[in-house]
Design a protein around this ligand. Sequence first.
Ligand code: GLY
Ligand code: MN
Ligand code: MN
Length: 532
Amino acid sequence: MKKTIWTLLLVMFSMSTFAQSYFEDGLSSEWHSERRAELRKLMPANSAAVFFNNPVKNRTNDVDFIYHPNTDFFYFTGFREPNAVLVIFSEKREVNGGLADELIFVQNRDPRAEMWNGKRLGTEGMVANLGFQEALLNSDFAAKSGINLKDFDKILTFSLSEDIEGSSSNEPLIQMVNEFKTATAYPDALTEVSAQVYEMIKNSDLKSSDRVVQMLKRYERQYPDMMEDPLISSFMNAASPEKRMVVKEEIPEQKLDISSLGEMMGVLREIKTPEEITLLKKAVKISAVGQVEVMKAAKVGMTEREIQGVHEFIYKRYGAEELGYPSIVGGGNNGCILHYIENDKRDLSDRLLLMDLGAEWRGYTADVTRTIPINGKFNEEEKAIYDLVYQAQEAGIAISKPGTTFQEIDAAGRQIINDGLAKLGIIKKGEGHQYFPHGTSHHIGLDVHDRGTRNPIQVGMVFTIEPGIYIPIGSDCDEKWWGIAVRIEDDILITEEGAVNLSGDAPRTVAAIEEMMRLPSVLEEWVLPEID
Ligand code: GLY
Ligand code: MN
Ligand code: MN
């Protein structure tokens, strides 16, 4: 009897959290289908691209993290369930007795699982809701995927994650990954790094092989295991360029390609379509409102967690389904930790508060940072640092147009910050420093650090400009600067007419922030009962 109750309790509280939800105001199935067609244009002839959706990640015991699809998988499907595989063929081919240029394998409908964890689309839903011609069950992957090395000149995929065994919900995925490995003779040691190195070696010649070896030496520091590959180590240790060319010939012709798909995804995803721009604009606008409302509500004595909650409540109030990344809310010296997510400082009486948060709207995420004085007024040192960061950001925005590179945007801001820090006596002129330790720009989209090529800016790109200065306590400068951390981060859309600051609704200048902070907040009226 006791055992029965225990089992019942366990079953009652067993929580897998990949409930299905689809939004009418998200991307259409036609849009996803169009994206698959665009990928086909980039694929080599007679190839297949294989995408596994993300595994479920276990949080603890029988509680999983909220499911988030792999963003490439989502880009091509709009599908949000685990245990799914998408196969895209470069051309229509005969498969399962018919002609197809794509196949999708999904988990089955299961009334009991759906009662606990939410609706599944099943094969019929993939056709009715997501516009696929046909969908198959994941249990049929081995028999019906048509994936066999000998039938293709290339099979494109990503290096397969080893990290899928955490949750029992992943069993169908593990099964399909193993079947795929068998069908493609997937080498045990294949990693993205080794594949890229093979590619570099194969493209080398007598003249360039010295340069390749120099490059590999730099790689080696980062990936010491690389030298365990006998071909790579022989290439690097060969006594002459001629001997290197002999090693090069031994590199096997790989039909399995785990490096090209990433480049293709970068080409596709770095340019946003009008539909994506609509979603990104909404994500960014919501995030900017969060910053505005917090500027009104922030008071000495509030906690980092409470400020985080106000932002996130506003996101939810607008119906944003998720955060694009864990919220960063750092008071004083905590702001110097670039990805500070503990947010557990209880009494925010420090001077500055750095807030880097982004709502995720129908899959697309914003990335917006504002730094404010918690008491409503910047002091002299804070203002000096803030103005420097602001000028660096302005310089980056001013040159953001088609043809400019991310390196140029970074260099423009960095110059201003370097000169300014020297002028303030924080560094000596021309001296290297660690006060601006990150890059200035990255694409945003389905990922907060979205895929791209790092090619020059083009119309349709959306990226951040986010210079910062961080002076941790104990830095080698006058103590009056210690604990000052400022980042200003905006999301910039490039149009035919020029750069548009999508997050511009959130004040950015010292004067505008102080003015906003003088306004009353509705939260002042919201008094909760004391709890011991
Ligand atoms: N929120 C992470 C970043 O700014 O890149
Ligand atoms: Mn960013
Ligand atoms: Mn950010």
